[in-house]
Design a protein around this ligand. Structure first.
Ligand code: AMP
Length: 542
């Protein structure tokens, strides 16, 4: 059959920056730097500097498809570097500076990075790692302080180039981004984003039931650009032409000042970020300015957090996703009957992880791979497919999906008849008691609703009779007292009796992963050999 007769317009990320440059040239990009200073640029300047950077890369001999790495927090130069690297046909590899040195050695060598652009903050790390990174030929520092004698400054590196450059042409399925997952076992795995997958994801992201971005929005991602591309916001923002506020500093006092001074309407971050923000605001009485909507994801958003934000008139979008899903998989946009739901029903709805936007599909399966019903009761392994979901990890020999394209997320979830998805656990973290599963997320959520509880994590401890029983680890708010019996009584009102933890341990802190999630693996290690009163210590799983 003959093709249709419409234009073959390739979906390449350069069209994002071209659009913003043409249609929203003076809309601001604000950078809040770690030293406290603030600088301003706009889409037009970012586009021009990205073309200069593409010239610098070509002059440096970087070829199409080769990797240009960044080790940096959020700021406009980092944004420029993304579009510059993709614009010359390269691939931006965003490195998480919180990874361990052996992981950093592995991923840079696996990616065969040719260039590294980094923040001065990470200069000591870069100097230490240089001998282990033989593929990198060019280093440049985004923000050298006065008196710097290290690698070339980013702006100096661009200085010889005039920006008279035509973006590289290529296929829409060419790679444009690379992000490694900080997997808990084995080597990190690289997810290689494409121009097309990135654009489709960005188009979905701006839509009303996802992030709802418009030319009037002012977006401040409190999620680093190395964590699943700051959840895609630097790609989505130019579509809407919104103002972007990028901060290298996530301290709550800085965030609140930016919310107010820059008129931030949309923000996004992991729960730990909001825990700190809420504690700060409660302590100081600071306000959130004109903030309208926050997206919370990366770990389950506790109910108490959702209620706190809603009480201040802020809509909460609870999102679930993974590096492998670009990252948006689901988000809790209000359904058609929202207006008929009371406060409790709305909060219960948002506490789940939301529904899929057009483009991705979800299902749950049992251990034999049989598809389970969307009945709000069956719980199984969550699988996802769609054009912005990984097909195969970078340089892997085999696909990461089954013959029908389903990617197994490693999460355990329930699908509800209204289309919402509810994560009950990471499959590695489920607590198996007497042949049944206890949802650590539900337990933690219930604990976080108790006054004085700052953070909570439930893990399974080996038990002679039940296989495993839950141990609840609690961090108290500064200066707060928490009576274990009262907490237990509170939990008893929220979860099934057999889910109640066999013990509650108060701890000073909980271990976090490189992306701010509670590390259950490390927590289990901390409690290796732990025994509930009246039982003997048994060998755990890890
Ligand atoms: P990462 O690729 O590092 O962003 O991690 C992805 C994983 O984070 C998912 O597979 C989930 O286990 C977890 N995750 C992300 N969002 C949520 C959420 N809203 N609720 C519970 N877990 C989440």
């Amino acid at each position: 059959m003959a093709l249709g007769a419409m234009q073959h317009w390739l979906l390449r990320v350069t069209s994002l920056i071209d659009h913003a440059e043409r249609e929203h040239p003076t809309r601001e990009i604000v950078s809040a730097w770690a030293d406290g200073s603030v600088t301003r640029t706009n889409w037009q300047e970012v586009a021009r500097n990205a073309r200069r950077m593409a010239q610098a890369l070509e002059a440096g001999g970087v070829g199409r498809g080769e990797r240009v790495a960044t080790l940096a927090m959020n700021h406009a130069r980092h944004l420029t570097a993304w579009y510059g690297a993709c614009g010359m046909g390269g691939v931006v590899h965003t490195i998480n500076p919180r990874l361990f040195p052996d992981q950093l050695t592995y991923i840079v060598n696996h990616a065969e990075d040719r260039v590294l652009l980094y923040d001065a903050l990470f200069a000591p790390l870069v100097e230490k790692m240089k001998p282990h990174w033989p593929t990198i030929e060019t280093y440049a520092c985004f923000d050298p302080p006065a008196g710097w004698s290290g690698d070339v400054a980013f702006e100096e590196w661009l200085a010889p180039f005039d920006g008279d450059y035509r973006w590289a042409e290529g296929d829409e399925r060419d790679p444009c981004g690379l992000c490694y997952t900080s997997g808990t076992t084995g080597n990190p795995k690289g997810v290689l984003y494409e121009h097309r997958s990135t654009i489709l994801h960005a188009m979905a992201e701006v839509s009303p039931d996802v992030m709802g971005l418009s030319a009037r929005s002012v977006a401040l991602p409190i999620v680093p650009m190395f964590h699943a591309n700051a959840w895609g916001l630097p790609w989505a923002a130019p579509i809407a032409g919104c103002k972007l506020v990028l901060s290298a500093d996530y301290r709550p006092e800085r965030m609140c000042a930016l919310f107010r001074d820059e008129g931030v309407t949309h923000s996004a971050g992991v729960p730990t970020v909001w825990i700190e923000m809420i504690a700060f605001i409660e302590r100081t009485g600071a306000d959130l300015g004109p903030l309208e909507q926050v997206v919370i994801g990366g770990s389950a958003a506790p109910r108490a957090m959702i209620e706190w934000l809603r009480a201040r008139g802020i809509a909460v979008g609870h999102a679930w996703g993974m590096t492998e899903t670009s990252p948006i998989g689901t988000i809790g946009a209000p359904p058609a009957n929202w207006g008929e739901m009371d406060e409790a029903a709305q909060v219960a709805f948002i506490s789940r992880q939301g529904r899929v936007p057009f483009g991705v599909e979800l299902r749950i399966v049992d251990d034999e791979g049989r598809v389970l019903p969307r009945d709000g009761e069956a719980s199984g392994r969550l699988q996802i497919r769609g054009p912005w979901v990984v097909q195969r990890y970078f340089k892997a020999e085999e696909d990461a999906v089954d013959a029908d394209g389903w990617f197994d997320t490693g999460d355990v979830a329930i699908l509800h008849p209204d289309g919402t998805m509810q994560i009950t656990d990471r499959s590695k973290d489920v607590i198996k008691s007497g042949g049944e599963w206890i949802s650590s997320i539900e337990l933690e959520n219930a604990a976080l609703g108790f006054p004085g509880v700052l953070e909570a994590a439930a893990i399974g401890i080996a038990h002679p009779k039940w296989d495993e029983r839950p141990l609840l680890c609690v961090v108290r708010k500064p200066g707060a007292e928490v009576c274990p019996d009262a907490l237990r009584a509170h939990l008893a009102g929220q979860v099934a009796k057999w889910w109640l933890p066999d013990a509650i341990e108060f701890v000073d802190d909980l271990p976090h992963t490189a992306t701010g999630k509670i590390s259950k693996k490390q927590l289990r290690e901390r409690f290796t050999g732990y025994a509930f009163a009246g039982t003997e210590a048994m060998t755990g799983r890890d």
